[in-house]
Write a protein that binds this ligand. Structure first.
Ligand SMILES: Nc1ncnc2c1ncn2[C@@H]1O[C@H](COP(=O)(O)OP(=O)(O)OP(=O)(O)O)[C@@H](O)[C@H]1O
Length: 449
């Protein structure tokens, strides 16, 4: 039986969730707080942790950080409301396996648990507890068709043929790792390893051992010799995601490896040659970080022989429906559904929404909607409410004063929301966070009836 640890401060919801999972053949423990969860993790081995994000004092993100720090080797699934989607995206960057929106859809949860278990089975036994190494299978690269993405692809094609170090700059979820992998697969190193490390999920202690390896006895817990990822990637490509998170000391060591092309294990006395192409990703401006002495300038120049700027999804609107179609096909396959496409309203909302979590968010929204949809086409009914909260502000006309711009925007937002919910006024009022009588007054004021 698979052991699942449920971390949830809402006791009745936790009991319900536990009952549901046990009915489905899982053995569960419940921890009412993140601290209680750490105690359970110290005592027992779990295959999966399902944790609430928002808990008083010490929340799901703190717990996730500590799980990674202590190298408990189990995937963490974060439960969150759509209002906290940004924290969920942060959780993914910190190494969460997946997030699921509350109210929890039981089939969606079972599907994520199954994936987490499959992923754990795929993990090679590398004699390491490394939480940050991602094992990628079934890589399928879909190119966008916007001019912005075409430009990126041109740069990818050009740089792939060289051995230059590449920095990929872009918001979380824009596809930086996919671009890195694409460069590797088009390079002469394609038959060798592509190793991906998420530096954001590595603590300082783990980072050195993870990157460079260690010899037995180098520190408490180093019970065997271990090769670092530089050695494992030898001949191939090493992708360091969130490189800005590496400490100054690790940056110094990294620079030495890159300059001398030699790596020495922690506690070791000899060097071995390594031939690795380095691709790094960041969503912060490393140049500024370097000028503020937060990132070593010499390392910055060494890793930045070529820079690729991957724009956020909202700035390459022509790509949105390309990926939406792709993720729809994938979700149909995975969930054994047959949704044929998107309603016009959905397309309009997809194009108007700002997608703070970029492609990753688009994929999750579609997967969830596919699961919930009962019609042939995906409808706005099943889109998360947050997608209606940030409806785009209209462009302004010359000579408009603030008051008239505000009214104009208000009118447009109400009109758009009403359309999206098919004039269901209770729903519209809820989305707009106003009461029904205020909504009726505004509908009258703007003649929207
Ligand atoms: N070119 C692509 N083709 C198909 N799917 C893609 C592509 N790019 C991104 N994706 C999808 O979007 C998800 C996020 O992509 P990726 O992990 O590369 O983003 P990232 O920018 O590295 O994110 P982070 O900064 O959070 O690590 C992927 O899991 C994949 O499903």
């Amino acid at each position: 039986m698979t052991g699942i640890l449920i971390v949830e401060d809402d006791a009745s919801f936790a009991t319900m969730l536990k009952g549901f999972l046990e009915k489905n053949g899982f053995k569960c423990d419940h921890a009412p707080s993140a601290l209680a969860a750490l105690k359970c993790l110290n005592k027992n081995k779990y295959e999966i942790v399902i944790s609430d994000l928002k808990m008083p004092d010490y929340d799901g993100l703190d717990l996730l950080r500590d799980i990674k720090k202590n190298a408990y080797d189990c995937p963490v699934i974060i439960m969150t409301s759509y209002a906290h989607i940004k924290s969920a995206v942060k959780a993914m960057k910190m190494g969460a396996f997946e997030y699921i929106a509350k109210p929890i859809n039981p089939d969606e949860l079972l599907s994520i648990i199954k994936k987490a278990l499959d992923r754990s089975k795929e993990k090679p036994n590398t004699n390491t507890t490394a939480p940050a190494k991602k094992v990628k299978t079934g890589f399928e690269f879909v190119p966008g068709k916007s001019e912005e993405f075409q430009k990126v692809m041109k740069h990818v094609d050009l740089v792939a043929a060289t051995d230059m170090s590449v920095v990929i700059l872009g918001e979380s979820g824009t596809g930086k790792e996919y671009i890195a992998r694409r460069i590797h697969e088009q390079s002469k190193r394609k038959d060798k390893a592509f190793v991906s490390i998420d530096c954001g999920a590595l603590t300082e202690d783990l980072a050195a051992s993870e990157l460079f390896g260690h010899v037995k006895g180098a520190f408490t817990g180093a019970v065997n010799d271990k090769d670092g990822q530089f050695k494992i990637a030898n001949g191939g490509t090493l992708f360091l995601d969130e490189i800005g998170n590496l400490s100054y000391e690790i940056q110094v060591k990294l620079l030495r490896v890159l300059q001398e092309r030699k790596v020495r294990k922690l506690g070791g006395t000899s060097d071995s040659d390594v031939d690795v192409r380095l691709i790094t990703a960041t969503n912060e401006d490393l140049k500024t970080a370097a000028s503020e002495n937060k990132f070593r300038e010499d390392l910055y120049h060494r890793i930045n022989e070529f820079m690729i700027n991957l724009p956020p999804l909202r700035e390459r609107k022509k790509d949105i429906m390309v990926y939406a179609e792709y993720f729809l096909n994938k979700a149909n396959e995975e969930l054994e559904r047959n949704i044929e496409g998107f309603s016009e309203d959905v397309v309009e909302r997809f194009l108007g929404y700002s997608w703070p979590g970029n492609l990753r968010e688009l994929k999750n929204v579609i997967r969830r909607s596919v699961l919930l949809e009962t019609n042939e086409l995906l409808s706005t009914e099943n889109l998360p409410e947050v997608m209606f909260e940030n409806a785009d502000i209209t462009e302004t006309q010359p000579n408009q004063d603030l008051k008239s711009i505000a009214s104009e925007n208000e009118k447009k937002l109400i009109e758009k929301t009403l359309k999206e919910v098919k004039y269901n006024k209770s729903k519209a009022a809820r989305i707009l966070k106003i009461d029904r009588s205020t909504l009726y007054n505004k509908i009258r004021k703007y003649s929207l009836e």
